[in-house]
Ligand binder design. Structure first.
Ligand SMILES: [Zn+2]
Length: 171
């Protein structure tokens, strides 16, 4: 099975999906470039973090959390913490560079609900890209903007964003 997605006019292939609460949490894609002239191909892995916007599972967002070159089909090995089981799918032509700890591998990607109905195995079909990512330390939710429930603008302090709980500065 090939899960493809077009990002910035380039075709990526999804090679790894980690789930949290049966929703995509961390995704890796590969992009193959053909180098001009030499004809050699060059592969880059892209890492994507997915999150429910302000805790809303029906409003999934994703952003690029990094990328890097590689020359094999192995991904960095993951050791999930004891007492937690990491649920993941990995493309059959990829493997980890070591033994996974506390992980459970799925045979097939999880079917995900799409906006407006229907299902897809492809996490990119059920989420919007966001360039901004904020994480609220107080309630633990992530969003594409600061958390309105826990953070406020202090009009008396040059509109500095502060946590309501103890007035500490938010960035
Ligand atoms: Zn919050």
């Amino acid at each position: 099975m090939k899960l493809k997605v077009i990002i910035d006019s380039e075709i990526h292939r999804v090679v790894f999906i980690e789930y949290c609460n049966r929703l995509p949490h961390s995704v890796t894609t590969e992009l193959i470039y053909k180098k001009e002239g030499s004809g050699q191909s060059h592969t880059v892995l892209y890492h994507w973090d997915f999150f429910p916007n302000n805790g809303d599972n029906s409003d999934m967002r994703y952003y690029n959390s990094g990328s890097g070159g590689y020359d094999s089909v192995s991904l960095p090995v993951i050791h999930w913490a004891d007492g937690y089981t990491g649920i993941y799918w990995i493309s059959s032509d990829f493997h980890f560079g070591g033994e996974v700890k506390n992980g459970k591998q799925l045979k097939h990607p999880i079917r995900l609900s799409k906006f407006g109905g229907g299902y897809s195995d492809n996490p990119f079909n059920v989420a919007w890209e966001t360039s901004n990512y904020d994480h609220c330390e107080d309630c633990g939710k992530s969003g594409d903007d600061y958390c309105r429930e826990c953070i406020y603008e202090d009009e008396n302090d040059n509109y500095q964003l502060k946590y309501k709980s103890d007035n500490r500065d938010y960035i």
